[in-house]
Design a protein around this ligand. Structure first.
Ligand SMILES: CC(C)(COP(=O)(O)OP(=O)(O)OC[C@H]1O[C@@H](n2cnc3c(N)ncnc32)[C@H](O)[C@@H]1OP(=O)(O)O)[C@@H](O)C(=O)NCCC(=O)NCCS
Length: 169
């Protein structure tokens, strides 16, 4: 197993990860526009096949009266056959190690509530405040759970509503 870093996910890599699954992220019914991620951390098996991936982007958020950059994590996926063996944890940990060197003090992500347990175990906490995300026609309420995790010691997440100045990721 090897940890690899690359830029945008190609259509071929997407197909490799999705396999036979039609909608691995259960996005059916959610009408939000998402953005592609320009950096990825992945896991390759010994034969060189991509079996897990996490995307990253740096975006600006407003929280209460403050505005600061965060690393946005998204597109966390482990190929169906390989799930339940710790690879999701491994690929998110590898992405967090990379995120640590990008500068922002926090990482955030959006996830279905039934998947939050994976991220809680990796130090993420749910944001209870309302979260708005940019959309082509303005800002919209994020229906999924938004979670945050410190990338540096001694930082405090400010109180207040969150506005993500980017399409979600
Ligand atoms: C979610 C996903 C990435 C998890 O990958 P995985 O390799 O099966 O997860 P791991 O085996 O590394 O699990 C690590 C820990 O998180 C927990 N966990 C994994 N998936 C979980 C879930 N859906 N809900 C709650 N806990 C979960 C595991 O129980 C494990 O806990 P442990 O350390 O106490 O044993 C994988 O199921 C997947 O690719 N799903 C489809 C795409 C998707 O939903 N991505 C997430 C979008 S938010």
């Amino acid at each position: 197993m090897e940890i690899v870093e690359f830029g945008p996910l190609t259509a071929e890599q997407r197909r490799e990860l999705d396999g036979e699954e039609e909608d691995p992220f259960d996005s059916g019914g959610i009408m939000l526009h998402y953005r592609p991620k320009n950096r990825h951390v992945g896991l390759r098996d010994d034969a060189g096949a991509l079996i897990a991936s996490t995307g990253m982007v740096v975006v600006e958020v407003g929280v209460g009266v403050e505005r600061f950059p965060v690393v946005g994590l998204g597109g966390v996926i482990v190929k169906a056959l390989h799930r339940g063996r710790g690879l999701g944890r491994e690929v998110v940990q590898a992405a967090l190690a990379r995120a640590n060197s990008l500068g922002p003090a926090y990482a955030i992500l959006f996830c279905h509530r039934d998947r939050a347990g994976l991220y809680r175990k990796l130090g993420f906490a749910e944001i209870a405040a309302e979260v708005l995300v940019q959309q082509p026609g303005g800002y919209a309420r994020m229906p999924h759970q938004t979670m945050r995790r410190r990338l540096r010691q001694k930082v405090e997440w400010p109180a207040g509503a969150v506005v993500v100045h980017s399409l979600p990721f």
